[in-house]
Each structure stands twice: as C-alpha cells, then as structure tokens.
Design a protein around this ligand. Structure first.
Ligand code: SF4
Length: 220
C-alpha cells in the first residue's frame, strides 16, 4: 500500500466512524438499541453477544450476514440456523422455511437502508423478510454496512432500487431490467423484485430490536 492509499484508508475510517456514530445516535433516539462497530470482526463479536448459545436463528436472504461468516460462528455455538437460501431445500418446502426463519429465537438480518434520522428501509419481493421485521415475538438484530446509509427515506429507497437490487439480481443470475441497465427503470416485468416496502420509523412496540452499524462496506 503506498502512502496515499494508507492516508485515504485512514480518512475513510475516520469518516465512517463519524457517520456511523451519528446514525447510531439517531437510531437510539427512535427506540432502537444501536451500537457502532468499526470492523467486521467487531460486528461479529457484537452479534454473538446477543445470540444465546443453542438458540434457533433465522437468517433471511442477506448477503451481509453470509459475508461476515456468521453461519460458521453460529454453528460453533450450537445454534440451529434456518435459511431459505439453502440449496438443498425443495421448492415446496420454502414457505415452511420462511416461517421457521421468522419464528426463530433470533431473527438475524441486514437492512437495505438506514437514514440519517434513524429509520430502517427495506424492500422485498415476497414479503417474508419485511413481515418478520414488522412483527414477531423474537429478538431481531440488524447488521448494516456503512454503504447503506442514506439521507432520508426517499434517497434510501432510490439507493435500494438503483444499487442494491441490480447487484442482488446479478448475484442471483436473475434477468430483470435493472440488472442490465445498472439502475432502476421502475419496471413492469412479471419477475419485478420490488413489491413490498417497509419503513421502521421507530422500534416497534414490545420488540427487542438491535442495530449494529458497521464502519465497512457490507452486502448491497
Ligand atoms: S422496479 Fe424493477 S427495475 Fe426497478 S429496482 Fe425493482 S426490479 Fe429493478
């Protein structure tokens, strides 16, 4: 790494910390239990502090959780992990697996977006993930990379459509218009991804909701 690369890395780390801590304060003001983690390793440790040994953990479609290597960590702690991205899962068993995910002791996900004023924005195709985010009896943990911070609901929604959805589609090899253009065209194709949008303006009543903002790019 040359001196300029080192300097830029340090500048970016400081910026991420300032931005991440500002978002944490905004989330706390909205009733979320929020913390900042400066690195992926720190984020993994914070997640594991919140997951009791031997508990069941539901993980919806989230590249962030997989990128962090949390499956391996959870299995090492004797947790039963439910995930519908399991390639051995028969298509007819998928809806049962969604229910298992959503009713596990802990629901572990990322969020598609987080705003500067502490709201969480998510868009689903099927709606299983936003359903679990809106209501369940279990603990929910969001792990969110700094790349998902946006100024407000509108810009968060735009980022999800222009960036997260095309990347998600490319990673799954799904042919939808934004995967080819590189931005949202508000398509009307039968396999359009964007169907159900949820904004958590505050932590829902009676829910144990944790948010870990990570000072690194994670997921889409
Ligand atoms: S509306 Fe269509 S083009 Fe836009 S992000 Fe969603 S799937 Fe892609």
């Amino acid at each position: 790494m040359n001196p300029m690369q080192k300097k830029n890395l340090e500048v970016r780390r400081t910026y991420n910390e300032h931005l991440g801590k500002s978002v944490v304060k905004a989330l706390e003001a909205n009733g979320f239990k929020a913390v900042y983690a400066g690195s992926s390793e720190e984020a993994v440790n914070k997640v594991m502090e919140l997951v009791p040994e031997g508990s069941s953990v539901g993980v919806p479609g989230s590249s962030t959780i997989r990128e962090l290597g949390l499956f391996e960590e959870l299995q090492a702690r004797n947790c039963r992990v439910f995930e519908h991205w399991d390639p051995s899962l028969a298509p007819e068993d998928r809806s049962r697996r969604w229910e298992e995910e959503n009713t596990s002791d802990v629901f572990l996900s990322s969020s598609n977006g987080v705003t500067l004023d502490g709201m969480l924005v998510n868009i689903d195709g099927t709606g299983n993930r936003v359903a679990a985010m809106a209501w369940a009896r279990n603990r929910i943990i969001f792990v969110v990379g700094i790349n998902k911070v946006s100024r407000d609901i509108q810009s968060a929604t735009q980022r999800i459509r222009d960036v997260a959805t095309p990347l998600n589609a490319i990673s799954k090899g799904i042919d939808i218009p934004c995967a080819n253009t590189g931005f949202c065209v508000n398509c009307k194709v039968p396999n359009r991804f964007c169907r159900a949008t949820l904004v958590l303006e505050r932590a829902p009543f009676g829910r144990d909701v944790h948010v870990i903002i990570v000072g690194e790019e994670l997921g889409y």
